[in-house]
Ligand binder design. Structure first.
Ligand code: ADP
Ligand code: ZN
Length: 520
């Protein structure tokens, strides 16, 4: 089911997220449509958005019942910061705050009213909520209604009465998934009438996960497609131009393939969508514009020719494969250029600083996944709040990564960066480290530095991998104001000071470089 376009544009404009998290989209649709819902999502999965966003799409006021005053205040503050009219009625309010909430309610400005459950015990609350035009009730931490749970809050038992009194839809959220708690929630909050229930872990166990550093990326994609000839697949690219050239290359290799991006006119796009839906074995080479409305259950593979922009985007895009539950495969390519590009996109956006920081964080999470040393699915699902064991269906479960103690190499790299004033890119720094006295190195006197040639034991490709992984671990960042010169981040300080070791992956390194690494 596609979410209303309004929800997606609010997702971006108000909350600053480019993709829904797993499960959010369907829950948002149900809640916005005014159906009673029960959503069970792991902590950190993004429950609040599932009632905040519908609240903005619906007329009237959404009342949010939440047990933690501090959390309510945080949420209200965060909502106000992005321009959403929200207020809280809690025992922690000052008189002025409460007055302000009522003023906003009277003026019909408020969209979300947070309320502690204790408030339900006070007489007149239901009448007040009716008067202010409440059109939905959202219940956070709905398991607090369970008398057997350790979070039991007696006042939660009044929520059922409130729902009956107001006769509005209710959306209940919890991270506690056991069947008993669920049943109790249905009895007490929904009078035993089963609501639409969303209980979906984030795992898509039939999708094989794999990442590879770029090394002649076009050949890598062609090889991946060649092994899946005749199977429908999607290749995601970062730019429109690349979708065209890669589609061309695939056609030359004998695959039916077409490009898809926002620059095509609506007819052309519809034509590709239709062909993809109807034909077997078509490859669509696309920007992220492709996929939203696609409901094809038997997409057998998804490849990323470039690194996606966040872990959410990655999950969403690979999630288009294997909806029928049959095995599907994915491959995500990434390189130092991708990292630079994505960082630059974030830095150059007009978003406020906190949002940029959050975007860097989401990119870091994806890079952590790319350079993971253990099961990829574990890293992915942990990010979304689940904690499974190793999956047996990812490249790192198939073949564990070899890691090596890279502490010395990283310290040498950091020292080269610092001694050159954080004004250079990886190429020049690697020349210094490997003792390659290029004209540029000599001109700057960098062949006189104590760091000159201290990294001779590693080859150039190994150093490239080390620098890329350092970017992946967010130890260094390109500075857009210095033409992408690498600068050290705070995360690197403990390593530089020798307080913290770091291990990097060896098996992603160029084959030619292996002997050099083994000699360390
Ligand atoms: P929960 O209540 O399920 O524990 P939250 O609602 O607090 O989780 O959300 C957890 C984090 O996920 C928050 O930092 C939130 O900003 C972030 N988040 C929620 N939805 C998205 C999304 N679609 N894309 C990126 N981040 C999101
Ligand atoms: Zn695994």
């Amino acid at each position: 089911m596609a979410e209303p376009p309004r929800a997606r544009s609010l997702l971006a404009q108000v909350f600053g997220f480019s993709e829904f998290r797993p499960g959010q989209e369907d829950i948002v649709s149900a809640v916005t449509a005014g159906r009673n819902t029960l959503a069970i999502m792991p902590t950190g999965g993004g429950k609040s958005l599932c009632y905040q966003l519908p609240a903005l799409c619906r007329p009237g006021v959404t009342v949010v019942i939440s047990p933690l005053i501090a959390l309510m205040r945080d949420q209200v503050r965060a909502l106000r910061a992005v321009g959403v009219e929200a207020g809280a009625l809690t025992s922690g309010n000052t008189e002025a705050e409460t007055e302000e909430v009522f003023r906003a309610l009277d003026e019909g400005r408020l969209k979300l009213l947070y309320m502690a459950p204790e408030r339900l015990a006070a007489g007149g609350t239901a009448a007040m909520l009716r008067r202010i035009g409440t059109t939905m009730i959202a219940v956070d931490e709905a398991h607090c209604v369970s008398q057997w749970g350790h979070d039991f809050r007696p006042d939660y038992l009044r929520i059922g009465d409130l729902r009956r009194a107001l006769d509005v839809p209710l959306a209940a959220f919890t991270a506690t998934a056991d069947a008993e708690t669920q049943a109790e929630i249905v009895t007490r909050l929904f009078d035993g009438q089963p609501p639409e229930t969303f209980l979906r872990g984030f795992d898509r166990p039939n999708i094989h996960l794999a990442f590879a550093p770029k090394d002649k990326p076009r050949d890598q994609i062609l090889a991946f497609a060649a092994r899946r000839r005749g199977l429908s697949g999607i290749v995601y690219c970062a730019t429109r131009a690349k979708t065209e050239t890669l589609a061309q290359a695939l056609r030359e290799a004998g695959h039916p393939a077409c490009a898809y991006h926002g620059g095509l006119d609506a007819d052309e796009r519809r034509h590709v969508e239709m062909r993809f839906q109807q034909e077997d074995g078509l490859i669509v080479v696309a920007t992220v514009a492709f996929g939203m409305g696609i409901d094809k259950p038997d997409i057998r593979w998804v490849a990323h020719a470039d690194l996606p922009k966040s872990i959410e985007g990655y999950y969403q895009e690979i999630g288009r494969a294997g909806r029928d539950g049959a095995p599907a495969e994915t491959l995500t390519l990434y390189g130092a250029d991708d990292i630079r590009l994505r960082r630059a996109q974030i830095d150059e956006s007009l978003a406020p600083p906190e949002r940029k920081a959050a975007d860097h964080g989401r990119l870091n999470a994806l890079l952590g996944l790319a350079e993971a040393v253990g099961c990829r699915r574990q890293s992915l699902l942990r990010y979304f709040g689940e904690d499974p064991g190793p999956c047996g269906n990812c490249d790192l479960c198939d073949r564990p990564a070899e890691v090596f103690d890279a502490t010395e190499a990283v310290r040498k790299a950091l020292s080269a960066i610092l001694r050159t004033g954080e004004w250079f890119g990886a190429g020049h720094l690697i020349d210094i480290l490997t003792g390659n006295a290029t004209a540029r190195v000599r001109e700057r006197g960098h062949d006189q530095l104590p760091t000159f040639a201290v990294g001779r034991e590693l080859t150039k490709p190994v150093w490239s991998a080390v620098f890329r992984q350092m970017m992946g671990h967010d130890l260094i960042r390109p500075d857009p104001e210095r033409h992408g010169a690498l600068r050290m981040t705070d995360a690197a300080r403990p390593i530089l000071r020798g307080e913290q070791p770091i291990r990097l992956r060896r098996d992603v390194l160029d084959a030619r470089a292996r002997p050099a690494v083994k000699a360390m």
